[in-house]
Design a binder for this molecule. Structure first.
Ligand code: NAP
Length: 303
């Protein structure tokens, strides 16, 4: 039996592993389809304390190496449920089951979809959720980015250096993301803000030809001639399988506070899957540390 089983190998989960191991506990990390989580999609991270600039992939790799060197065991399986047996927790996966004394749920979140006509049919044929991964396929062409948060702003900036023209479509007139990023985009000649506009339909027979947007103030429709639509409208948490051990809020986030404690003794929630106001790399790693130390205290208390 492991001391701590960590569900998720994003920044929160891998930081929890580092803290758990440094406290002398054995740690198993269920990494799903790979390590890194959403941060691997960040082209550049420029707001992590003491690291002026690093790519998301490099950050994830360094954290993975750090946890591995300390003795973390990574298993590429996705957790599908937790059974609470008091001093013992059984974590089930698609292909097996693991026993642990404590569990840290750091399952993160997945991309929210728009739910509009053409989106699912053309995903992979022009519709993408990752500008860093797919941007190069659109070199010299016109694309749209949808969203007003930091991901959309970052995607628009990355794409402006690759494609011919970027339409940044946002449903309000104010961006949710950082003002500094908005300012940088304003100075780019090949970026056009399409504000107060919602996407209505993505058209194209085999690949994306156009995106129809509607101005919510005037009701006017506009057809944007684009080959790519990058959807960056936030995430939804991956907590559904764990509702038996922790409260979820109305949006599905783990209703645990800054202590990362859930209603089940020995089960902790960390990172983007937890209800919180600020979802940043720094808050995810902070959660990982808090959750792991809480798990260590819990295990030591078992005697
Ligand atoms: P987010 O901050 O939740 O922003 C989602 C955006 O999508 C919002 O502007 C929202 O509009 C819009 N939206 C949501 N549903 C929509 C729909 N159905 N149709 C059209 N628009 C829709 O998500 P995010 O940008 O992915 O960022 C997630 C977290 O990661 C944030 O805390 C962010 O700061 C952080 N992040 C940090 C970095 C970095 O530090 N380098 C990079 C990326 C992300 P409204 O504004 O109207 O709600």
């Amino acid at each position: 039996m492991k001391d701590i089983i960590i569900i998720g190998a994003g920044p929160a989960g891998m930081t929890a592993a580092v803290y758990g191991l440094r406290a002398g506990k054995s740690v198993l990390v269920l990494s799903g389809r790979g390590y890194g989580g959403q941060i691997v999609n960040a082209a550049e991270i420029e707001n992590y304390p003491a690291i002026p600039k690093i790519s998301g992939v490099d950050f994830a790799r360094q954290l993975y190496d750090q946890a591995s060197a300390l003795g973390a065991e990574f298993v590429s399986e996705k957790a599908t449920g937790i059974e609470d047996q008091g001093d013992k927790k059984i974590v089930r996966t698609e292909s097996g089951a693991y026993e642990g004394r404590a569990v840290v749920i750091a399952a993160g979140a997945t991309n929210r979809t728009l739910g509009i006509e053409g989106e699912s049919r053309l995903t992979g044929s022009g519709v993408s959720y990752c500008a860093t991964c797919d941007g190069n396929f659109f070199r010299g062409r016109d694309v749209a980015v949808i969203g007003g948060g930091n991901t959309a702003l970052e995607d628009a900036e990355v794409l402006s250096g690759i494609v011919n023209r970027v339409y940044l479509v946002h449903r309000r007139s104010e961006f949710r993301g950082e003002a500094a990023a908005v300012k940088r985009l304003e100075s780019k000649a090949n970026v056009e803000f399409v504000l107060d506009s919602v996407p209505e339909e993505i058209r194209g027979k085999f690949a994306v030809d156009t995106l129809t947007v509607k101005n919510v103030k005037t009701g006017e429709e506009r057809e944007l001639p684009v080959s790519g639509v990058f959807v960056a409208v936030g995430q939804v948490p991956e907590n559904g399988d764990f509702a038996n051990v922790m409260e979820l809020d109305s949006s599905g986030y783990a209703a645990a506070d800054e202590s990362c404690v859930t209603r089940t003794p020995g089960v902790f929630a960390a990172g983007d899957c937890r209800a919180k106001k600020v979802r940043q790399l720094s808050t995810a790693t902070a959660d990982g540390a808090v959750a792991a130390l809480a798990a260590v205290e819990y295990i030591n208390g078992l005697g």
